[in-house]
Each structure stands twice: as structure tokens, then as C-alpha cells.
Write a protein that binds this ligand. Structure first.
Ligand code: F6P
Length: 366
């Protein structure tokens, strides 16, 4: 029976458990065996109890659960060849030659690199007499399929990553709570949201909550943003608004490219407009909680497709990620998706905001 491993890696995201559930059950339904790799790449390197066969009932109730129940970790040893050698040995001794990884761009790039290196790792294991030629014979190729799990929605080639809509929902709920108190006191709030280099969460939260102003990593505000923001907020107040919400994406100031910070925005609102202003950093609350309906649906459909992609794979097919484009679950080349994703981050780092925006626009146009 073919044995397929499933792992979650990088920052957890709601919907990851739904993906594991779908992969485990589809693997079993297709007549194969499913193996959960615990604690991300750490489990692959350590082997033993960290690689467990999973059965149908093991994932009962996982669809709505937040976080990842098989754990995740940032694994240093997998970055080094000896770690990957040990990981390859653990996989072969457990009879696993296919891995489905649910994670962000870094985790998926690591997986593809592992696949590239696989033949040389296997050869070295035989050379070192850790495994025999007969043992490795059925394990000539490693099969990798990626599921994109991240709250940031920062991966190119897919309209949504598993977890981003749950996180957006959480942010909207939090802003609604803040709205109530802001309204009562006629206050202004500067709310910082996650997203790393990507402004999707901030932008969509701004749209969904009717925020007064939003700061994004991809689009630096105009030179005179201070006047702009104050003018807009003032106008909204004159129209009768009792509260002010300004959303700052963490990437808009973490990179220190744009001279913005929640404190600076707060000072402007209070000193220039005389508004009683508070700062709220939403933090990890944005990553927790149950998966919303969209993430349950996405993780399930994509988990099923991931197993199909494993079973369809030929040794020379490039590793795919499972994407969703215009409501269709599709396979896209993993390396291409990562390359496009990195291009946006590089453009922001190089302060080439026009390019960053045009790359994001191109994604939407696609
Ligand atoms: O990638 C998900 C994410 O939550 C980002 O939005 C954020 O920048 C980062 O992870 C936080 O990482 P950590 O949980 O390691 O602090």
C-alpha cells in the first residue's frame, strides 16, 4: 500500500486541521495509508513517535478546530543536509515516499528542495551503509504536494490561502468590538493587523469595517499622507461620524521603509485633530479560533485534490501547490508560485512600490 505523509509547517492557520482531516480520509478512501508527521519538519528529522499512522477516526471533529493539532515548528536541523539525510532515512524506513505539506512559501520551498536533493540523499544513505540498495530501490523519487496554509494570503498563484478568511473574520469581530467603545467615547483607534509583507488582511479589514484610513506595505501613502489622513478623518467627523478607525498593516512599518508607526498616527490624530486616541495591536488573536465556513470548505476540497495530485504524479512532474482560482480548485507549479511571491517581497524591500502594486494587480487580473 502506498504511504502518504501529511505535515503542517510554519505559522499555524485556521483550516490546517481541516486539510489534515481531508488528506487522511482521502488517502484511506483511495486504498493508501496515511501518516501524520508531528511538529513539522522536526518530526521528519526525529522520526520515531513523531511519525504516526493515522486512521479515519483520528481526525474526527478536526474540521472546525483552530491551530494545527499535529503541531508545527521552525526546524533548524532540516535546513542542514545531515537533518535532511536523517529525514530521508526516517521516511524510507517507514515506507513513505510522498509528502503533502500545508504551510507558507518558506515551508513549501524547503519541501521542493528536499525533493530535488532526494536522489543524492538516498545514494548517500546507501554509501554510508545506513540502508541497503534493496531497501531504497522502491524509493527512487520523492513526491511533494503543497497546500498553502497562512493567515496572510500572501502566496501568488492562488486567490486565497487556507486561514486568511478566518483571520479576516477575527479581525472584523475585534474591530466591531472596538467600534462599540470608540463610538461611546467618540474616540479614535489605530489598529495594527498582521500580514507580514502582505497588505491583504489590512486592506480587506478596512473595506469590511468601513475604516477611515488604511496603511499597506505595497502602497506607500503620498508624501503628504499626514495632511491627507487628517483631512479625511476630519471630513468624516464633520459628516457626523463619532468614531475613527485607522488600520495599519504590520508590514507597513515593520520594514521601516515608510515613516509610519501606530504611535506616529496616534500622535497626529490626537495633536492635530484633538481626538482622544488609543492604539490596539490585535496580535495572535488573529491566528486563533475556529475555522470559518470558507476555510473548512477550502481545506477540505484542497486536501482531497492534494491526494489526487500525489497519486497522479510522475517522476518528472514539477511539484504542485493546490490553489483556488476563480472558485476552482486547481494545481499550479510550486516553484513558480514561490518565485512570484518573492518578487513582491523583493520589490517592497527595494522600495519599488509601483512594481509591488503591479505584481499584486496582475495576480488579481489573472
Ligand atoms: O505568517 C503568519 C504570521 O502570523 C504573520 O502575519 C506574522 O508576521 C507572523 O506570522 C508572526 O510570527 P510569530 O507567530 O512567529 O510571531
Amino acid at each position: 500500500k502506498k504511504r502518504i505523509g501529511i505535515m503542517t509547517s510554519g505559522g499555524d492557520a485556521p483550516g490546517m486541521n481541516g486539510a489534515v482531516r481531508a488528506v487522511v480520509r482521502t488517502t484511506i478512501a483511495m486504498g493508501c495509508e496515511s501518516y501524520g508527521i508531528y511538529e513539522g519538519y522536526e518530526g521528519l528529522v526525529q522520526g520515531g513517535d513523531m511519525i504516526k499512522q493515522m486512521f479515519w477516526e483520528d481526525v474526527r471533529g478536526w474540521l472546525s478546530e483552530g491551530g494545527t493539532l499535529i503541531g508545527t515548528a521552525r526546524c533548524m536541523s532540516f535546513m542542514q543536509r545531515p537533518g535532511r539525510l536523517q529525514a530521508a532515512k526516517n521516511m524510507i524506513t517507514r515506507g513513505i515516499d510522498a509528502l503533502i505539506i500545508c504551510g507558507g512559501d518558506g515551508s513549501l520551498t524547503g519541501a521542493d528542495k528536499f525533493r530535488d536533493e532526494w536522489p543524492s540523499l538516498v545514494a548517500e544513505l546507501v554509501e554510508r551503509k545506513e540502508l541497503t540498495a534493496e531497501q531504497v530501490e522502491p524509493f527512487k523519487h520523492l513526491n511533494i504536494v503543497g497546500l498553502v496554509g497562512s493567515i496572510d494570503n500572501d502566496m501568488s498563484s492562488t486567490d486565497a490561502t487556507i486561514g486568511c478568511y478566518s483571520s479576516l473574520q477575527r479581525i472584523c469581530q475585534a474591530v466591531d468590538f472596538i467600534d462599540a467603545t470608540a463610538f461611546s467615547h467618540q474616540r479614535a483607534f489605530v489598529i495594527e493587523v498582521m500580514g507580514r509583507h502582505c497588505g491583504w488582511l489590512a486592506l480587506m479589514a478596512g473595506v469590511s469595517t468601513g475604516a477611515d484610513f488604511v496603511f499597506l506595505p505595497e502602497k506607500p501613502p503620498a508624501e503628504n499622507w499626514e495632511e491627507d489622513m487628517c483631512m479625511i478623518v476630519k471630513k468624516h467627523r464633520e459628516l457626523g461620524k463619532r468614531k475613527t478607525i485607522v488600520i495599519v498593516a504590520e508590514g507597513a512599518h515593520d520594514l521601516e521603509l515608510q515613516k509610519i508607526s501606530p504611535t506616529k498616527v496616534k500622535d497626529l490624530l490626537s495633536k492635530k485633530l484633538g481626538l482622544d486616541t488609543r492604539i490596539t495591536t490585535l496580535g495572535h488573536v488573529q491566528r486563533g479560533g475556529t475555522a470559518c465556513a470558507y476555510d473548512r470548505m477550502l481545506s477540505t476540497l484542497q486536501g482531497v485534490e492534494a491526494v489526487k495530485a500525489v497519486l497522479d504524479a510522475k517522476p518528472d512532474t514539477p511539484s504542485p501547490i493546490i490553489a483556488i482560482i476563480e472558485n476552482k480548485i486547481v494545481r499550479k507549479p510550486l516553484l513558480e508560485a514561490v518565485k512570484l511571491t518573492n518578487e513582491v517581497a523583493d520589490a517592497i524591500a527595494a522600495k519599488d512600490f509601483a512594481r509591488a502594486m503591479s505584481l499584486r494587480d496582475a495576480e488579481f487580473a489573472e
